[in-house]
Design a protein. Structure first.
Length: 262
């Protein structure tokens, strides 16, 4: 947690999200420090993915404020008060955040290289040549330099997910979000994607939030694990404490069910 005098990179301040009577996030408070790596675990429907979707401004929150790098993301200043952000503000602030989804979401009609060039050209206004060299560099970094002219249909699931990671990084975000990035992959392909995420975490200054079912990876990779239950954080702490000595009864039940299933 960001108690070292540094401004948190991400802060949820009493954030509520509901769909009709269904409350998905319930006055959530969460702070993530710069470069901290946080894994979010919990049962289905506990609000885990909603946290990432709200950060990506894919949907609007109902109450509270989300701050990114010290500035309001979901709101903007107007005449000394905070009002809900307009599309322009959201677009500008969202530039700090990259997200990798469960289902890759690559453009099928574009090569791996083009997939990684589009956003830098159209969002950042990079010249085509610079965007191309950045894209090639990132594909090398995720181990796909030799596949840059391949189309998504010619790539395995693990390769597609690595292209998706390179594409998210192409915008030079400060924050990377990973939503169940291995759950659509065969077990042997999970490893190659997790290796890329592992390398990112150790070699780059990135704040990372990851929703995952991969408990072993969460334990090894994270600085902190947050266990979500019913739209709130039921328990959080260092991975060894959460996995080795969970204090909350819900956390204990969830982890024993997940561990038994493997």
């Amino acid at each position: 947690m960001a108690d070292n005098g540094m401004e948190p990179m991400v802060r949820f301040d009493k954030v509520t999200k509901s769909y009709g009577p269904l409350v998905v996030l319930d006055a959530l408070d969460l702070e993530v420090a710069p470069n901290e790596k946080v894994s979010i675990i919990g049962p289905s429907g506990s609000g885990k993915t909603t946290v990432l979707r709200m950060l990506m401004t894919l949907e609007r929150i109902n109450d509270g404020v989300i701050y990114v790098d010290g500035r309001p993301l979901t709101h903007m200043q107007k005449n000394d008060s905070l009002v809900p952000a307009d599309e322009r503000h959201l677009r500008r602030e969202r530039g700090n955040i990259g997200m990798v989804f469960q289902h890759f979401n690559l453009f099928p009609h574009m090569s791996a290289l083009r997939n990684c060039m589009e956003a830098p050209i159209y969002v950042l206004g990079l010249p085509k040549r610079e965007a191309e060299s950045r894209a090639a560099e990132l594909l090398d970094m995720v181990g796909l330099g030799d596949k840059k002219n391949h189309y998504p249909s010619q790539l395995s699931g693990g390769q597609k997910q690595r292209v998706a990671i390179a594409r998210a990084l192409a915008l030079r975000p400060k924050i990377m979000l990973f939503d169940e990035v291995t759950s659509a992959l065969d077990p042997e392909l999970c490893g190659e994607v997790l290796n890329v995420i592992r390398a990112l975490g150790s070699e780059h200054n990135l704040t990372m939030l990851m929703v995952t079912h991969q408990m072993g990876f969460a334990r090894e990779f994270s600085d902190r694990v947050c266990f979500f239950y019913a739209g709130k954080i039921a328990e959080q702490g260092p991975p060894d404490q959460i996995f080795g000595d969970p204090r909350n009864e819900r956390t204990q039940q969830f982890l024993s069910a997940v561990m038994d299933a493997h």
